[in-house]
Design a protein around this ligand. Structure first.
Ligand code: SF4
Ligand code: SF4
Length: 162
């Protein structure tokens, strides 16, 4: 049957893998989608000076494999039914989500975790098993402060009573 598309709108079938979209409210900036994306259509870009992380999705590079959707821990990235990607402006293909990096509880420098990642981790800690307030006080630490704490704990552990 001949269709009048593009003069009349056409809907994609329900199982169609269309353009991926990232929900900026649900995204915690973990970068799992960037790690899983075969053609590197998603990048995780940190700016430790200004304390920001950007998740950048280039729809023009996307092969619609849906790996990003499979690995996203919050359901933030989804393949939609949208299929009309033609444009004369390259910028139309780029989606950017910008998030704040969390500061280290030890030294105050920006860590490699976003504030939303820290909140997500805290929300997963079962109450009553750990001292929640104490854990919250310690999270997050930058890699240098984590190393210092590990060495300190190892030194204490190695101490032998006279
Ligand atoms: S659908 Fe596949 S190629 Fe496209 S952004 Fe997701 S992981 Fe990358
Ligand atoms: S996997 Fe999901 S939550 Fe993590 S950066 Fe990608 S879209 Fe955001």
């Amino acid at each position: 049957m001949t269709k009048a598309y593009p003069f009349e709108p056409e809907e994609a079938p329900p199982e169609y893998r269309g353009i991926p979209r990232i929900d900026p409210v649900l995204c915690i900036g973990c970068g799992a989608c960037a790690n899983a994306c075969p053609p590197n259509a998603i990048l995780r870009i940190d700016d430790p000076e200004n304390g920001t992380r950007r998740i950048v999705l280039d729809v023009g590079r996307c092969i619609r494999c849906a790996r990003c959707e499979e690995v996203c821990p919050t359901g933030a990235v989804r393949l939609t039914a949208e299929f009309e990607a033609a444009t004369d402006d390259r910028n139309d293909h780029v989606e950017i989500v910008e998030l704040r990096l969390a500061r280290c509880r030890g030294c105050g420098k920006y860590t490699c975790y976003t504030e939303r990642q820290v909140e997500k981790v805290l929300s997963l800690i079962p109450r009553g098993i750990l001292d929640f307030d104490r854990v919250r006080e310690k999270l997050p630490l930058c890699s240098e402060c984590k190393l210092k704490l590990t060495v300190l704990n190892a030194t204490k552990f190695g101490e032998v009573e006279p």
